[in-house]
Write a protein that binds this ligand. Structure first.
Ligand code: ZN
Length: 186
């Protein structure tokens, strides 16, 4: 029997909403905040601009500001981007929130719990083994490949280790696309 997979299945990891932020609240013991509807604040000071993304503690509602731009010359910003800040463009909210630089600068991490899903095609025929699966990330959700594969195939993680061939380390969290081959079961 040939071990070359003849079927390639696409799996897609995508967000279902914006993730929460893991960040300590200065007003209460909570360590979780949300962007809510997504609001920026733009402050012009002469020819310099400050732009913040507002976030709210999920427990006490206290609002805090994440620095997006600090004292940048107005002319250095793309007018379309500036307009996006002024009208709270949801796509701009998402792209700034998911930007690792913003997280580093403002010292928060993203909490993806319950904020994403894995889309897999309908079940395939058992006799079609081996099968190759290509995982694509539409959003930078950090996942452990072994857990994702177990979830997607409905297998135990032991079974995953036995039946999967994969060049990507299965236990190392990743947000980059990868592929694997599922061998037939015993
Ligand atoms: Zn709070």
């Amino acid at each position: 029997m040939s071990s070359q997979p003849h079927i390639v299945l696409p799996w897609v990891v995508r967000r279902t909403r914006l993730p929460l932020l893991s960040v300590r609240c200065v007003g209460c013991p909570s360590e979780s905040a949300t962007t809510g509807e997504g609001r920026f604040r733009v402050n012009a000071n002469g020819k310099l601009l400050d732009v913040w993304l507002l976030v709210r503690c999920v427990s006490c509602d206290r609002t805090s500001k994440l620095t997006v731009h600090e004292r940048v010359p107005v002319r250095s910003l793309d007018p379309a981007e500036l307009h996006g800040y002024r009208v709270n463009d949801p796509e701009l909210v998402a792209s700034r929130l998911l930007d690792p630089l913003l997280a580093r600068r403002n010292r928060f991490t993203l909490d993806w719990t319950g904020a994403w899903r894995l889309d897999t095609p309908a079940a395939w025929l058992e006799e079609a083994w081996p099968v190759q699966v290509e995982v694509v990330f539409e959003d930078p959700v950090p996942v452990r490949p072994d857990r994702l594969i177990a979830q997607g195939l409905g297998l135990s993680r032991n079974e995953v280790l036995r039946r999967i061939k994969c060049d990507t380390p299965l236990r190392r969290t990743t947000s980059s696309g990868f592929a694997f081959v599922v061998m037939a079961g015993d």
